[in-house]
Structure formats: structure tokens, C-alpha cells
Design a protein around this ligand. Structure first.
Ligand code: FES
Ligand code: FES
Length: 230
């Protein structure tokens, strides 16, 4: 602040600064009363219109388990956090939060996807299936029942993601060979080693397969790849 902006008592001279304390309070009051939901706007970059969102909350609409949901989230918020924190769909779990473990797996347009790596605004206009969407009323999906039948869970924290990944896998490979499971489910981790049970559950659910066949599978160490996010 320049010295000439103060009066004889050393106080701020509001006129010389061009912005009075009263102005400051007015502007502050306005910004506090304007909601942070500002939607999107378009800017011109290199001759092209580019839509930008945020930084405040934006409205999103999501189709999840054949139902439409709306929420207001900042554009940086993931689908996983939107499901869990805004929509009370807590089946997908937040474990690594960085595309390593598969606990957050959902199905988007037929593909198993780590929901911790997808922004909620990106997931609009797509069909999302979470583990909550597999049940038929109170009745477990046959795959969920097969997890129970084959002890496909221990801690249970990774289980919803595994069930969803298995569902996506079976949708694409209704009659898989045991060796297909090694790569097809390689995107999900179970630290306590229920892989044999998980694979048995998949084979029980698959048409024309038997549990005995599944129990003869190779060790989980050989699992690789996975079909997530693309
Ligand atoms: S929480 Fe998303 S992959 Fe682990
Ligand atoms: S059952 Fe969850 S980590 Fe093994």
C-alpha cells in the first residue's frame, strides 16, 4: 500500500484506493450468496469452441441400474465417489483409488471399468451397472449365489468388484475355458487368496461348466491383464 493511501492517522484512505471496505463487504456478500453450481461454459481455443466445466459443482445425470439419478458434483469428482457419497450406492468400494485393485469395478456400456478412474461427468449418457443392480428384488443373481456356494469371499471388501468383473466377463464369454479366466479376471485383486473360489463361482454360473472343472484351475499367480477400462 502506498503511503498516500493513508490519512493523517495512518488509516486506509478508502477514496484513494478506489475500493472501500464497504465495497469489499458488498462483493464478499454477493459471492457468498451465489451458489457454486455454474454449469459449463464455452471458450474459443485455436479456432474451436471448447466446453469447460467448473471449478464449482455442475449438474450430472447418470443412468445406473436402469434408473436415472441426478447430482451436483465438482467436475474433478470420480464416478466412484459420486456413487458412494452422493447417491448412496456403496457397493463399489474405494480401496486403492488408483486403478490397481478392482474393488470399485462397475460396468459401463458393457465393459468392466474402474470407477475410481472415471469422472462422473464422463459417465453421463452411458449405461452403468453396479453390484446393486444385479439382484432381482431380494433374490441374489446366480453369480452372487455362486460366490456364496463356492466361498468366493473372505474379507468381502474386494468381493463386490469381483462379482461385477465376473458378470462383465461372463456377458462376453458365456462359456469360458478355465484358461480364459486367468486374463479375463486379472484386473481384480484379492489379498487373501480366494481366487479358486471366485473362478469356481464363474464356472458354476457359466453354461455347460462344472464346479469340478473350475476347481482344477491354475494358481492365481499366473493371472495377468484383465479387461478393465477398455
Ligand atoms: S479402488 Fe479403484 S481400482 Fe482400486
Ligand atoms: S476377499 Fe477381499 S481381499 Fe480377499
Amino acid at each position: 500500500m502506498h503511503e498516500d493511501e493513508k490519512d493523517d492517522d495512518g488509516k486506509l484512505n478508502e477514496q484513494s484506493s478506489g475500493f472501500s471496505r464497504r465495497d469489499f463487504l458488498k462483493v464478499g456478500g454477493i459471492s457468498l450468496s451465489v451458489p457454486l453450481v455454474i454449469g459449463s461454459r464455452t471458450i474459443r481455443v485455436a479456432g474451436q469452441d471448447v466446453k469447460i466445466y467448473g471449478p464449482g459443482k455442475v449438474p450430472v445425470s447418470l443412468n445406473i441400474n436402469a434408473k436415472n439419478y441426478t447430482a451436483e458434483v465438482e467436475p474433478r469428482v470420480t464416478l466412484l465417489d459420486t456413487l458412494r457419497n452422493e447417491l448412496e450406492l456403496t457397493g463399489a468400494k474405494r480401496v486403492c483409488d488408483r486403478a490397481s485393485c478392482g474393488a470399485c469395478t462397475v460396468i459401463i456400456d458393457g465393459k468392466a471399468v474402474y470407477s475410481c478412474t472415471v469422472l462422473a461427468i464422463e459417465a453421463q449418457n452411458k449405461k452403468i451397472t453396479t453390484v446393486e443392480g444385479l439382484m432381482n428384488g431380494d433374490q441374489l443373481h446366480p453369480l452372487q449365489q455362486a460366490f456364496v456356494d463356492n466361498d468366493g469371499q473372505q474379507c468381502g471388501f474386494c468381493t463386490p468388484g469381483f462379482v461385477v468383473a465376473c458378470k462383465a466377463f461372463l456377458d462376453k464369454h458365456p462359456n469360458p475355458k478355465p484358461e480364459d479366466l486367468k486374463t479375463g479376471l486379472g484386473g481384480n485383486l484379492c489379498r487373501c487368496g480366494t481366487y479358486v473360489g471366485v473362478r469356481a463361482a464363474v464356472m458354476q454360473t457359466a453354461k455347460g461348466s462344472s464346479v469340478a472343472q473350475a476347481l482344477g484351475l491354475a494358481s492365481p499367480d499366473s493371472a495377468e491383464g484383465g479387461q478393465h477400462n477398455g
